[in-house]
Design a protein around this ligand. Sequence first.
Ligand SMILES: [Zn+2]
Length: 165
Amino acid sequence: MANPVIPESFRLDHKKVQAPYVRLAGIKETSKGDKIEKYDLRLAQPNQDAISTGAIHTLEHLLATYMRGHLDGVVDISPMGCRTGFYMVALGEPGPEKVLKAFQQTLHDVATYEGAIPGVSELECGNYRDHDPDGAKQWAKRVLEQGLHLQETIEISTEPQAENR
Ligand SMILES: [Zn+2]
């Protein structure tokens, strides 16, 4: 078996972050010198709230459709398995401020979306029955009302916890 590599996100202190937020999780550089930025787009507070599978699935379809119109270089936006937000990968160096603005604009698109959700058919989607457009819109509205902020990375402390001493 290959040696395990602990991903960056496993070192994030999920008790100290304050959702909703945008966090620059890391920057990679290709051998040719191109930069790739990775972000957390967190909607729900970890371990206190979670987005239903139908709502996060619909959000995935709408973010995929509209985020690219507000931000250049988007490679991928994928739901977190814990259903509290999305990972986003972007080429270049858009930077957190620009990503936050683009995400706000995209959530506004979602909150005001009318009509059929793009890509929802047996041909286009892997689970086309599991969608919740109203839930997706409610989450977008809620996050816009709460207000997104830029979240610094807070690593899990390696110091012993006071209560465990
Ligand atoms: Zn789908």
